[in-house]
Design a protein around this ligand. Structure first.
Ligand code: ADP
Ligand code: MG
Length: 451
């Protein structure tokens, strides 16, 4: 392992890193910092949590020219939370310099206040595409002196439909500049940004070393599976749970059982139309329906990071199915939990496909009978998507500015070709629903459903 001392960094920077508790660079930092300091354009891919913020912020702070009066760096990021996080990190890293001013620019807060602070001068601007464009068209930001452009979470910005906004902003930056793009994944359409924005970029990829993610596996021999399923959920009290059954009929039965007990449940099986499947998965992923009861259809390709527990209500038929099922938990280096509930036949089947498991007595669980899983949010479906050029920012705008819903009550927004979905806190869902029904998005009246 190398230390920050092995990187070309001056001693005051090293001292500050030590005082912040940073000892060794992460792999992405180790590779990106020297490349950025050399002046290259860089495209860097590394998974979430790998320390990308410091990888671009440290060289940026180091290169800042304290004599310059206009903003020298522009950082574009997808959300207000991320803008705040980046700005906070930069301020910490810049402690050793006398006077580095960072301004965050995102929607949902007063434009005039932002204009006031812009007028007082700033070195670094950190903003979301929509709000930056607002300021640009009002001529309230000065981009003529920008030497460094950074796109953070580029994949997420593409997902949110920000590509055109970003390109518009970038086309107004000085051509002589350094551009850096950071992303957790490289979606196919990322070319749209990289080709136009970066010049001969150095590509840095830090593949996540296949650290075997820890999945705890438990097997219980049970007689009453419904009771055992409830006990499992009420003992572990997960936020998101995925339950596998072997047949479509069983998924429906188990869903109904859980629903009667007060759980908000999604069901996924091959009887559903494609759009219904999509809506079920979406409501599971955004937390509206925190339990998903599914056939093996959901065992592959489902990338929802926060599934706390996978429960085999029925024993899978093949080793491969078992592996795919339990692989839905413990994603992105989080540990996971898999519980198999087996009757006598199921148990012998499971030991055939997974010989090294051991069964335990279910009585060791201590269920809290008052626990049930209900979504704190519900989902609204809007009859317009990419084809009607609806973007996340448009929906946010209508909800916040026109209807008066607070940003913190708005959850995930998903935009598809013909429809969009937005998760809203249940405490304000009626207001949001009525507001959207009677209001306009992008000047258009769109139909709205409450799923
Ligand atoms: P990413 O943007 O890649 O998802 P972040 O930049 O948000 O990751 O960093 C994740 C966490 O790791 C943060 O809490 C950050 O303070 C911490 N971190 C970053 N670099 C280091 C380092 N070199 N040593 C220790 N912790 C670090
Ligand atoms: Mg990040």
């Amino acid at each position: 392992m190398i230390s920050f001392k092995d990187l070309p960094l001056p001693s005051n920077v090293l001292d500050n890193l030590t005082s912040l508790g940073y000892k060794n660079p992460t792999p992405i930092q180790e590779e990106a910092i020297p490349a950025i300091l050399k002046g290259n354009d860089v495209i860097a891919k590394a998974k979430t949590g790998s320390g990308k913020t410091l990888a671009f912020s440290l060289p940026l702070v180091l290169k800042l020219d304290e004599a310059e009066h206009f903003p020298q760096a522009l950082i574009i990021a997808p959300t207000r939370e991320l803008c705040e996080q980046i700005s906070g990190e930069i301020q910490k890293l810049a402690r050793y310099k006398s006077d580095v001013k960072v301004i965050t620019l995102y929607g949902g807060t007063s434009l005039t206040k932002q204009v006031d602070s812009l007028e007082k001068g700033a070195d670094i601007l950190v903003g979301t595409p929509g709000r930056l464009l607002d300021h640009f068209s009002r001529e309230t930001i000065h981009l003529g002196q920008i030497k460094t452009l950074i796109l953070d979470e580029a994949d997420r910005m593409l997902d949110m439909g920000f590509a055109d906004d970003i390109l518009k902003i970038v086309s107004n930056l000085p051509k002589q500049r350094q551009s850096l793009l950071f992303s957790a994944t490289y979606p196919e359409n990322i070319d749209k940004l990289t080709k136009v924005i970066l010049k001969n970029p150095v590509e840095i990829k830090v593949e996540s070393k296949e650290k075997a993610v820890a999945i705890e596996e438990h097997v219980y021999k049970v007689t009453d599976k419904d009771k055992a399923l409830l006990a499992t959920l009420q003992h572990y009290q997960p936020s998101l749970a995925l339950v596998f059954c072997n047949t479509k009929v069983k998924t429906t039965e188990v869903s109904e059982m859980l629903h009667e007990k007060g759980f908000d449940v999604a069901t996924l099986n091959g009887d559903l139309e494609q759009y219904e499947r999509q809506e079920m998965l979406l409501q599971f992923a955004n937390g509206s329906l925190p339990v998903l009861v599914a056939t093996d259809l959901a065992a592959r390709g489902l990338d929802i990071e926060a599934i706390d527990i996978v429960i085999n209500y029925d024993t899978p038929m093949k080793t491969e199915d078992y592996t795919h099922r339990i692989g839905r938990t413990g994603r992105a280096d989080k540990s996971g939990l898999a519980v198999s509930l087996c009757d006598e036949y199921g148990l012998s089947k499971l030991f055939e496909i997974k010989p090294n498991l051991e069964s335990k007595n279910i009585d060791r669980l201590k269920p809290n009978k008052n626990f049930y899983m209900q979504g704190s949010v519900a989902t609204l479906c809007i009859d317009g998507g990419k084809k009607k050029k609806v973007r996340a920012g448009d929906i946010l705008g209508t909800l916040c500015k026109d209807i008066g819903i607070e940003n913190k009550h708005i959850g995930k927004i998903n935009i598809y070709a013909t429809h969009s979905y937005v998760a809203i806190d249940k405490s304000v869902i009626k207001k949001a629903f009525n507001g959207l029904k009677n209001g306009k998005i992008k000047g258009k009246k769109l139909r709205v459903w409450w799923l």
